[in-house]
Design a protein around this ligand. Structure first.
Ligand code: NIG
Ligand code: FE
Length: 409
């Protein structure tokens, strides 16, 4: 891709983490050269020769500019949908009841197994386009609806293909330990397959950036996930965990034991779990879409996370069951409204802390000289409006590595 060197002027810049600079600068200018942020200053401090600094000057007339949003937890690739299950939930059946009757994750596994690679790619591409239109420039995509070597491989290959074809950065996560497939009655046999066969093979094929598991009463135990994480660690792969979503199972402590990048969901997180996470530098990823759609009442313990200074990220958890959403910004609104995050915490949650949850905070997630010029220009003038408008598209333009990628004219 050809590189545009640009200078955006008269902007309200937010999520600046550069030392010695305030968090928000306005009216300000941000410049990019060779795909990276090369300039950040107040308009009043712009060098006189700024017209020579950049090929193109864009006046955004007070608009808010943030780093590109980072969606650090998605199940974007899947076959079918679960609208019928939603209907059942509206009639009072719980997520757990539906899962126990062979619906839930297994229903999506069945649809994903029979889908062709092309069909999976096409449907996921459409979802990716929606996320991009909402200001997302980096997306993590999990497998976990295949649950056999060939089907997990198929999902991860699709994720890699999406990454190759899209201007967005896509990272892949292997989620073999998402649910016990029906053809296995012996749990330890399946865990062995995940750890000893799937993981090494898919890693050898270069398909895995990180390893995840679902640790809960309807999924896998701490001991079972421990074996998967031991295998991942021996291959040098970072781990992350669906933890403490439906019960306090000790998943946060397990994640911390393996210095996990993140522990996600966390509605039932205990104080011991929060302390373990801070000691291991594990990010707390909150998923308000799943909380809302499953009508959970137990909220993640925000006060504990604040008290122990655990970095908090927010993600869509886009999936056909618990979180059928394609709006990242709406998740920020819901994190404020449902969980009580401040606007600043929510914006950090989808930028710098989400970058930490992917182990990428040295390159993306904030406006800092030297970081990738992944930017969103919003049709608002105050950052707090981003967590205030309930839905709708506020994006004026999305820039990835200095290139405008949305809207395409
Ligand atoms: O993050 N908790 C487990 N996995 C997904 C749900 C997947 C599904 O229901 O299909 C989640 O909520
Ligand atoms: Fe999830």
């Amino acid at each position: 891709m050809e590189n545009h060197d640009c200078l955006w002027i008269n902007a309200t810049l937010t999520v600046i983490t550069q030392e010695g600079m305030p968090e928000t600068l306005s009216p300000a200018a941000i410049g990019c050269k060779n795909g990276k942020i090369s300039h950040l200053s107040l308009m009043s401090d712009l060098p006189k020769k700024s017209n020579k600094m950049a090929l193109e000057i864009i006046d955004v007339a007070g608009a808010c500019v943030t780093p590109g949003l980072i969606d650090c937890h998605t199940h974007l690739i899947f076959g079918g949908n679960r609208a019928e299950e939603f209907n059942l939930r509206l009639q009072g059946y719980t997520y757990e009841q539906i899962a126990k009757q062979g619906g839930g994750i297994m229903s999506t596994v069945n649809h994903t197994r029979v889908a062709t690679e092309q069909a999976l790619e096409k449907s996921a591409e459409r979802r990716l386009d929606q996320l991009l239109a909402d200001g997302v420039t980096t997306v993590e995509i999990k497998s976990g609806y295949g649950l056999s070597i060939v089907d997990e491989e198929k999902m991860l290959r699709v994720a890699r293909k999406l990454g190759d074809a899209s201007p967005l950065t896509i990272t892949t996560t292997f989620l073999g330990a998402h649910a016990l497939p029906p053809e296995y009655s012996d749990r330890s046999e399946y865990i062995e397959l995940v750890s000893k066969e799937m993981l090494p093979r898919l890693h050898d094929e270069g398909l895995i950036d990180a390893v995840d598991a679902f640790c809960d009463k309807i999924a896998f135990s701490v001991d079972e996930v421990d074996s998967v994480f031991a295998a991942a660690t021996s291959l040098g792969l970072p781990v992350k965990l669906h933890a403490e979503q439906l019960s306090n199972s000790g998943g946060a402590q397990l994640a911390a034991k393996y210095a996990a990048l993140s522990a996600d969901h966390l509605e039932y997180l205990s104080e011991a779990g929060a302390i373990a996470m801070v000691d291991s530098g594990t990010v707390a990823v909150l998923l308000p879409g799943a909380f809302y759609m499953l009508r959970e009442t137990q909220k993640p313990p925000i006060a504990l996370l604040r008290e122990h200074k655990v970095p908090v990220a927010i993600a869509t958890d886009t999936n056909p069951g618990s979180s059928p959403t394609l709006s990242a910004r709406l998740m920020m609104v819901m994190a404020c409204q449902e969980f009580g995050l401040t606007p600043q915490e929510a914006i950090h949650g989808m930028t710098i802390n989400a970058a930490k949850a992917l182990g990428m905070d040295d390159v993306i997630g904030s406006l800092e000289i030297g970081k990738m010029a992944d930017l969103v220009v919003w049709n608002v003038t105050q950052p707090s409006e981003l967590v205030y408008w309930l839905g709708g598209n506020l994006v004026s333009s999305v820039i990835k590595g200095g290139e405008p990628i949305y809207p395409l004219s």
